[in-house]
Design a protein around this ligand. Structure first.
Ligand SMILES: Cc1cc2nc3c(=O)[nH]c(=O)nc-3n(C[C@H](O)[C@H](O)[C@H](O)COP(=O)(O)OP(=O)(O)OC[C@H]3O[C@@H](n4cnc5c(N)ncnc54)[C@H](O)[C@@H]3O)c2cc1C
Length: 389
């Protein structure tokens, strides 16, 4: 059993770390004060992603991407996860579903997205449809040669950084026909209702959109009618690994800040780490990080080995659940070690505390992950998690 990272994986991890420290961290307070990354800063960051060789991190060379293994992507994403305000999303990851498009769609949407010339956002969630996408009310009706989309979408992340939207709609209002559509911005008959404020400040916005018979050319359907959920599922595993990587990076940064502080800070005549109450918190943080990292690298490695897709799904759910909840516990402890300073917005631990809360909600809530894991145990037995293949 060889658990060592290869020299290339170590180099990529170091590259991610340098990019995070040199390009993204200096933007943290600016993004926090502004509520998002100011528009006038965006082009320079996009160029930096290209200059540092990080464009197309999650796509094949065939489509112009970097052709990285999942473990290689993971070690980079882990480092990006250190940054606050969701600035990791400046390093784009075009949705995997785009690669299932026609050749014309791949050329018009995927290839330029990989180069950072275009960017797409994903619109599935609605007021009445969150964990249960069958409740989606947005419908697509074919009229003449085009589709007309009608409905309202919520939480559309990175809308104001995107030039197209991937909209999940039910053809003819039929929940058995979930289908994806590529909608170029600015579409006719679509209103940007608002981009509300959230607990975290994020690099880009989370928009609410209303489509009122928005016309979409007939050749902009992605995949087949009824394939919408399957195409989106192909993104789940990757998105869950990405969240696990980010939350691990966030937890490590918070633990490092707390560990340093515990040495420097003196109360009652000694460094606070000499109080067992503080040292036990540091110990628990380290153990949680150790477990999460081991699990993350294992699942990334399994994907690279091409193990059975169902097993990968099962493991990715467990990983997303564990890492997002682990980061909540670790960052909470880090904040406690820092005392009042940890509660100040200028402290990265305060921002990480706000940032990682959403990781238990998006891309499948913690409860939905438990539903998946429980179902896997029922169907395949506990060995899905307890065996070592
Ligand atoms: C900041 C942010 C950005 C987002 N970005 C996007 C985006 O870009 N595109 C997009 O389409 N969506 C996006 N979302 C939406 C996100 O995916 C949903 O919030 C998520 O799927 C949960 O849906 P919901 O909020 O409607 O909660 P609900 O589904 O209403 O759930 C409410 C509560 O009920 C629980 N629950 C629901 N069903 C079950 C069950 N079967 N068993 C046990 N418990 C259950 C949930 O776990 C949760 O605790 C974003 C959300 C946020 C907060």
């Amino acid at each position: 059993m060889d658990l060592a990272l290869s020299p290339r994986e170590k180099d990529l991890s170091a590259l991610g770390r340098r990019f995070c420290d040199e390009v993204l961290v200096p933007l943290e307070l600016i993004a926090d004060e502004h509520g998002e990354l100011p528009m006038e800063r965006r082009a320079a960051v996009r160029q930096a992603v290209r200059d540092w060789g990080l464009a197309g991190i999650n796509h094949s060379k065939e489509h112009g991407g970097l052709g990285l293994t999942m473990l290689e992507q993971t070690v980079i994403e882990e480092q990006l996860g250190r940054v606050t305000n969701g600035l990791w999303s400046c390093v784009w990851r075009p949705p995997v579903s785009l690669k299932y498009g026609t050749k014309a769609q791949v050329d018009a949407y995927l290839r330029p997205s990989i180069q950072g010339e275009r960017r797409g956002c994903f619109a599935i969630t609605e007021a009445e449809a969150g964990s249960d996408p069958r409740r989606v009310k947005t419908k697509a009706v074919k009229r003449g040669g085009e589709w007309l989309l009608s409905g309202e979408k919520w939480f559309v992340t990175s809308y104001n950084a995107s030039d197209f939207i991937i909209v999940h709609a039910h053809v003819d209002d039929d929940p058995d026909k979930p289908t994806l559509f590529l909608v170029d911005k600015p579409p006719r008959n679509m209103t940007h209702l608002r981009s509300p404020k959230f607990m975290h400040n994020f690099a880009f916005d989370h928009a609410e959109l209303r489509f009122e018979e928005t016309p979409v050319p007939g050749d902009r359907m992605l995949g087949e009618i009824g394939q919408g959920l399957d195409l989106t599922k192909s993104w789940f595993v990757e998105a869950r690994l990405q969240i696990a990587s980010h939350t691990l990076g966030a937890a490590i940064r918070a633990a490092e800040v707390a560990n340093d502080y515990a040495t420097q800070r003196h109360q009652f005549g000694r460094a606070i780490r000499e109080f067992q109450g503080v040292e036990f918190m540091l110990a628990d943080m380290a153990v949680e990080i150790f477990a999460a990292k081991t699990m993350l690298y294992r699942v990334a490695w399994e994907i690279d080995q091409g193990i059975d897709e169902k097993r990968v799904h099962a493991h990715a759910s467990a990983l997303k659940l564990y890492c997002s909840e682990m980061a909540g516990r670790v960052i909470d402890k880090a904040l406690q070690v820092l005392g009042g300073r940890g509660y100040m917005r200028e402290n990265p631990v305060e921002r990480l505390y706000r940032d990682i809360r959403v990781d238990r909600i998006w891309e499948g809530t913690s409860e939905i992950q438990r539903v998946v894991i429980g179902g896997q145990i029922r169907k395949r037995g506990l060995g899905v998690y307890s065996d070592w293949h």
